[in-house]
Design a protein around this ligand. Structure first.
Ligand code: PMV
Length: 324
């Protein structure tokens, strides 16, 4: 089977509002971070070698046939080949990412999307976003157990999405997701606490709390769902001050859910005190990143403040620039 030399990439993501409650069927909004990406390259290999997989950041290399279904890239490659109904090619798939691992920026889903794009394109049949999203969702289950599907969706479609977990019997993720417009570009500062976090552990912890006190946590989840709906409207209208307030309120509810940490709260307090319109943790919490909604006049002061408060790295990004 001919293999083309191909390179593809995929963005990172952040959840603006609605993490965790999205697992329980409430809406969340997420945006791709197009200037922080993962990359995948496929090159032809010698006849009979099969597919070799190389993860540069992890310093790992192996043959597809050595992997089991708990190996993310092994599982991904098998799913792509099954989707295309093609045999294993003689090729090398190499992946690398600019995204911090285990920090709520979707590094795992981003690598999967880049790899699925590259592998399918190298085999002459680049898969559409719905197939890439569905395959990435299957791989996400290895990391997360019960993912809502938001990470694979926003990254595979590379658009702002208003996401509600699909529980239809037809199976999730077969349709185009609901997208929304960004009226005024969102200037965001993403600050890494340097504390690695496990999405699975955070999701399990929230589930334990919900199981023990369902009435209380259902109210918390409902409130966050309402915040996500209002935040979507604020983004669509360019109402940045309202969005900042909603982001702050979302964070207070995440604190009640038990997924923040003193270190994250410190970064968030510092960002707000330095003039951010709003700040919250993003992703599963218990470490990872915070986001701050900033303006041109405040962004450098906010950056300095979060570094002073302990951030190990900070990125400035603008989402929705094409609509400016
Ligand atoms: O993978 P993370 O850390 O960005 O978190 C994903 C968001 C959660 O709502 C916590 C889990 C999920 O599956 O939606």
């Amino acid at each position: 089977m001919p293999v083309k030399k191909v390179e593809r990439s995929a963005p990172g993501k952040i959840i603006l509002c609605g993490e965790h409650s999205v697992v329980y069927g409430h809406p969340a909004i997420a945006v791709p971070i197009s200037d922080m990406r993962s990359y995948a390259r496929v090159v032809p290999g010698p006849a009979g070698q099969g597919l070799r997989i190389c993860a540069l950041d992890l310093n790992q290399e192996c043959a597809l046939m050595e992997t089991t279904d708990t190996h993310p890239l092994g599982r991904l490659a098998r799913l792509v080949l099954r989707e295309l109904d093609l045999p294993e090619p003689d090729a090398v798939l190499t992946v690398a990412s600019e995204l911090p691992i285990a920090s709520g920026m979707g590094s795992g889903a981003s690598i999967s999307v880049a790899a699925a794009r590259a592998l399918s394109a190298a085999l002459g049949a680049e898969l559409p976003p719905e197939a890439i999203s569905r395959i990435t969702y299957e791989v996400e289950k290895i990391h997360h157990g019960t993912p809502s599907g938001i990470d694979n969706t926003v990254i595979a479609w590379e658009q702002p999405v208003y996401f509600v977990k699909d529980t239809s019997p037809r199976g999730p993720l077969d349709d185009r997701p609901e997208m929304f417009e960004i009226h005024a570009p969102l200037k965001l500062l993403i600050a890494n606490s340097g504390i690695a976090s496990s999405t699975k552990e955070a999701v399990d912890e929230v589930r334990r709390r919900w199981t023990a006190t369902p009435a209380y946590y259902d109210i918390v989840f409902n409130c966050i769902g309402a915040i996500a709906r209002a935040a979507r409207a604020a983004v669509e209208q360019g109402a940045l001050h309202a969005l900042g307030t909603l982001i702050n309120e979302n964070h207070e509810l995440l604190v009640k859910m038990g997924v923040s940490l003193p270190q994250l709260d410190q970064l968030i307090a510092a960002a707000r005190a330095a003039g951010a319109l709003g700040a919250k943790l993003t992703g599963s919490g218990q470490g990872g990143n915070i986001i701050a909604l900033v303006e041109d006049e405040t962004k450098d002061a906010v950056q300095k403040a979060v570094i002073k408060a302990g951030a190990v790295s900070v990125w400035q990004t603008t989402v929705g620039l094409q609509d400016a």
